[in-house]
Design a protein around this ligand. Structure first.
Ligand SMILES: Nc1ncnc2c1ncn2[C@@H]1O[C@H](COP(=O)(O)OP(=O)(O)OP(=O)(O)O)[C@@H](O)[C@H]1O
Ligand SMILES: [Mg+2]
Length: 237
């Protein structure tokens, strides 16, 4: 579906990604885990075009997309939900969701139809459509961010720390949404600090350290690996 080969990328102070190799299967959910600063968010930024790799290939839909402009990548079906502050707090829920369709803003009927579908899938959107996004709770904002990401029917959704600051019930909603995405044929790449949650909803797991992939396997294998337990779960497997 998408593959990264020998990717080196950074922010000017040297490479953060140090020859990263990563492959995502079509319609799979993959979760990247790893310590703070490992380069997890940088992987997502490199795929979504916010950061151009210095070296290496990113293949998607038969093309090398490394370094392409983010707007072109959104049109090609790759959309990222950022780690935080993804919404415009003074704009309404509806306006925030519709922003996800900005690149096809002239296609009013298509956007209206998409919005209606999403308002049906996420009842919160319909209920709070006219409220400023800044008035929502953290979990509710996450739902709006997801709906916005789905406006243009993406093929690949990148989620950075979707569990951040959520209570167990909202976590369950995030898990349900990811499942719905998988069922509708979307490939999902998640970055998670909450390793149990992230690997729990994923098919595949990837462990990153210092800009490289340490281990890539089924999510269950990684969750059950005693070494991974020692590294990330405080020693309790
Ligand atoms: N905009 C930036 N400018 C300069 N350096 C950055 C920038 N963003 C990240 N870095 C650096 O790149 C490295 C990897 O950061 P990244 O955000 O990818 O880590 P991460 O694995 O997502 O960590 P976390 O779990 O804390 O979110 C860090 O050393 C960080 O300081
Ligand atoms: Mg991060």
């Amino acid at each position: 579906m998408i593959s990264m080969t020998g990717v080196y990328a950074g922010y000017g102070g040297g490479d953060v990604l140090q020859g990263l190799d990563l492959e995502l299967a079509h319609r799979s959910v993959t979760c990247i885990v790893g310590p703070n600063g490992a380069g997890k968010s940088t992987v997502l930024r490199t795929i979504s075009g916010q950061l151009a790799p210095r070296l290496g290939q990113i293949r998607f839909g038969g093309h090398d997309i490394a370094g392409r402009h983010p707007a072109r990548l959104i049109k090609a079906g790759i959309v990222q939900v950022p780690q935080k502050n993804g919404l415009f707090p003074a704009m309404t829920v509806e306006e925030n969701v519709l922003l996800g369709g900005y690149l096809r803003r002239r296609e009013k009927a298509y956007l209206r139809g998409r919005y209606a579908q999403l308002a049906e899938r996420f009842p919160l959107i319909a209920e709070r459509a006219g409220d400023p996004a800044g008035n929502l709770s953290g979990g509710q904002r996450r739902t709006v961010e997801f709906a916005r990401a789905l406006m243009l029917e993406p093929a690949l959704v990148l989620l950075d720390e979707p569990s951040l600051g959520l209570d167990p019930r909202s976590l369950g909603l995030v898990g349900d949404t990811v499942n719905t995405m998988r069922e509708s044929g979307i490939t999902v790449l998640i970055v998670e600090q909450n390793v149990r949650f992230g690997l729990g909803i994923a098919d595949r797991g990837v462990v990153m350290e210092s800009g490289r992939v340490l281990m890539a396997d089924s999510a269950k294998t990684i969750l059950d690996d005693p070494e991974m337990g020692a590294l990330f779960l405080g020693g309790a497997p």
